[in-house]
Design a protein around this ligand. Structure first.
Ligand SMILES: [Zn+2]
Length: 426
């Protein structure tokens, strides 16, 4: 999402010879999506619009908007020019331009955008009976927005710093034919588009949020596909919070609301109370399996504690090696209360570094997901996670997501959610 979006000055296409006939123009259907981070979508294609309305709960039909001309036998009517449509899965938005040079440039040089062809036509110059359709780009939302409403355009230009004005995209007639109506019940609202989502988010209700997406697998897909813009990945109250070298704990001095020390622990830091039951069940089951006992040797660590550990490792091993072992303060999953470092116990308990290769380690690696825990730092993943393999470091993401993680064969939370690798601090 860091690439540069097209933001060239919009110049109209070459002047057309004939004046366009408004009577064959029709208004576009306009859709809006919260999940796609306030994306708008405009189409003249009735079957496309009807299908979106009836089948895709990520989009809300908002009615018709500015007028354009349909292609007639594959060509734009006299006096009008083609409007080129692009889709970007990186920006999860569409882009429309009737500037042929810009369309060509984007097709040749900008891999963020996929060309979808000419879907309708518009006038490239103002004539009587046409209005300007203004084009905006938001670097924050990574979205284009188009409006023929002069007041709205003026308001965005003067008072909304989210949007950069890019010029007149096209000219639209003010009169003409009607578009066939969109009919029937809309598809059930899913995910971010669900009317119940604001309350679920406000309550930090992970179960309800997951349910509104249609389950943990659907939630994972929506996050990875960019359809879940409303779902924070940095809310430490939610079990899917991602903390890595690019994503600090937020706020930096976060302290979990409630911590519980699991039975048989070697420390008093504890883990978050809503995860402790599953951890103790895991402990009982690994012992019952005959693999032997495990014990928690490090759970919750405060910002201050982490600062001491980080300082010690860096002083002992140097910056680079030390930071492959110990997170900087504010960047450790342990501060979430959702991480558990475990050791194998027999007569006594071993150290972290003797955990690998034990029967307990193997059992945990194969089964922890059943309890909602994943092995967060696997070998071979240092380029993604920024950490050497830590077979002892378990991370709670909840049983539903952990099952999806396991079944999908993932090896890092970053890959699981389609996030950039985080090998280094910013
Ligand atoms: Zn750890």
């Amino acid at each position: 999402m860091a690439a540069v979006a097209p933001s060239v000055t919009v110049a109209p296409a070459a002047a057309a010879s004939a004046s366009p006939d408004p009577s064959s123009s029709r208004p576009v259907y306009r859709f809006w999506s919260q999940g796609y981070e306030n994306a708008h979508f405009y189409t003249l294609d009735h079957s496309e619009a009807q299908s979106l309305h009836s089948n895709d709960g990520n989009w809300t039909y908002e009615g018709t908007d500015f007028r354009v001309w349909p292609l007639a036998s594959g060509a734009c009517p006299a006096g009008t020019s083609p409007v080129h449509r692009f889709w970007s899965s990186a920006y999860t938005s569409h882009f429309y331009t009737m500037n042929a040079a810009e369309a060509d440039e984007v097709r040749r040089t900008d891999r963020n955008w996929t060309y979808e062809g000419v879907r309708f036509c518009a006038a490239s110059q103002q004539t009587e009976g046409t209005v300007a359709v203004h084009r905006f780009w938001s670097p924050g939302f990574e979205k284009h927005f188009y409006t023929a409403n002069a007041d709205e355009a003026q308001k965005l230009r003067t008072s909304d710093r989210n949007w950069t004005y890019e010029g007149v995209a096209m000219y639209a007639p003010t009169s003409g034919a009607a578009s066939p109506p969109i009919t029937g019940q809309p598809a059930p609202r899913v995910g971010c588009q669900s009317p119940d989502m604001p309350a679920a988010l406000a309550a930090h209700d992970a179960g309800r949020i997951t349910q509104l997406f249609g389950g943990a697998g659907a939630l994972r897909d929506a996050i990875a596909d960019g359809r879940a813009a409303c779902v924070p990945l940095d809310d430490p109250a939610l079990p899917w919070v991602v903390v890595n070298k690019q994503r600090p704990v937020s706020p930096l001095d976060y302290v979990p609301a409630s911590l519980t020390v699991p039975s048989g622990s070697l420390v008093d830091g504890g883990i978050r109370s809503d995860a402790v039951g599953s951890f103790e069940q895991l402990q009982r089951d690994v012992a019952a399996s005959g693999a032997g006992r495990i014990a928690l040797t490090s759970g919750y660590r405060s910002y201050g504690t982490q600062a001491g550990i980080h300082r010690y490792q860096v002083e002992t091993l140097g910056q680079e090696q030390g930071e492959r072992l110990a997170a900087r303060p504010g960047y450790s999953e342990h501060q979430l209360g959702l991480a558990a470092d475990v050791v194998s116990c027999g007569g006594g308990c071993g150290s972290l570094y003797s955990f690998a290769g034990t029967a307990q380690e193997r059992w945990v690696r194969e089964n922890s997901w059943r309890y909602g825990w994943i092995v967060r730092y696997e070998s071979g993943q240092t380029g993604t996670t920024g950490y050497n393999a830590e077979p002892w470091h378990l991370r709670y993401i909840g049983p539903d997501l952990a099952r999806v993680y396991h079944d999908g064969g993932y090896h890092s939370l970053e890959a699981f959610f389609g996030l950039p690798a985080a090998p280094e601090y910013r």
